[in-house]
Design a protein around this ligand. Structure first.
Ligand code: 5GP
Ligand code: ZN
Length: 120
C-alpha cells in the first residue's frame, strides 16, 4: 500500500500542500480543525498513512487505532472539561464517510444526548 494518495485531500494537508488549522501532530498522525465544524470543538484526528477506512486496515496496521486514541487523549486532556468529548469514525459512504482517508472526529464543547444528535 502507498503511504499517500495523490488525489486525497487529507494526504495533501499532511504534506502541507493544502492549508489547515493544525492543533497538534506527531510522526504517526495529525489533528486539524474540521473546516465545517459541527460542534464548538470539532477536530479530525488523521493517521499520516493513507488508509481508506477501518475496513481496509491490514492486520499489521491496527496500531493506527492506538495512535489515534493516543492523540484523542492528549487533545482531550488540554480541554477545560477534560473528559467530555466524543469520538466518531464513519466507515463507508452509507455510514456518512465523505473523505476516504481514515479519520476520527473529535467533538467537544456541547452536550450530546444520543448517538444521532449530530450528523457528520
Ligand atoms: P467524514 O464525512 O468523511 O466522516 O468526515 C470528513 C470531514 O472532513 C467532514 O466533517 C468535513 O467537514 C471535513 N473536511 C472536508 N474537507 C476538508 C478540508 O479541506 N479541510 C478540513 N480541515 N476539513 C475538511
Ligand atoms: Zn490520504
Amino acid at each position: 500500500m502507498q503511504s499517500t494518495s495523490s488525489n486525497c485531500i487529507f494526504c495533501k494537508i499532511i504534506e502541507g500542500l493544502i492549508p489547515a488549522d493544525i492543533i497538534v501532530q506527531n510522526e504517526h498522525a495529525i489533528v486539524i480543525k474540521d473546516i465545517f465544524p459541527k460542534a464548538p470543538i470539532h477536530y479530525l484526528i488523521i493517521p499520516k498513512l493513507h488508509v481508506a477506512d477501518v475496513a481496509h486496515l491490514n492486520a499489521n496496521q491496527y496500531e493506527i487505532g492506538t495512535q489515534l486514541f493516543c492523540l484523542a487523549q492528549q487533545v482531550g486532556s488540554s480541554l477545560p472539561n477534560k473528559q467530555d468529548f466524543r469520538l466518531i469514525i464513519n466507515n463507508g459512504a452509507n455510514a456518512g464517510q465523505s473523505v476516504f482517508h481514515l479519520h476520527m472526529h473529535f467533538l467537544s464543547g456541547m452536550p450530546h444526548t444520543g448517538l444521532t444528535d449530530v450528523e457528520l
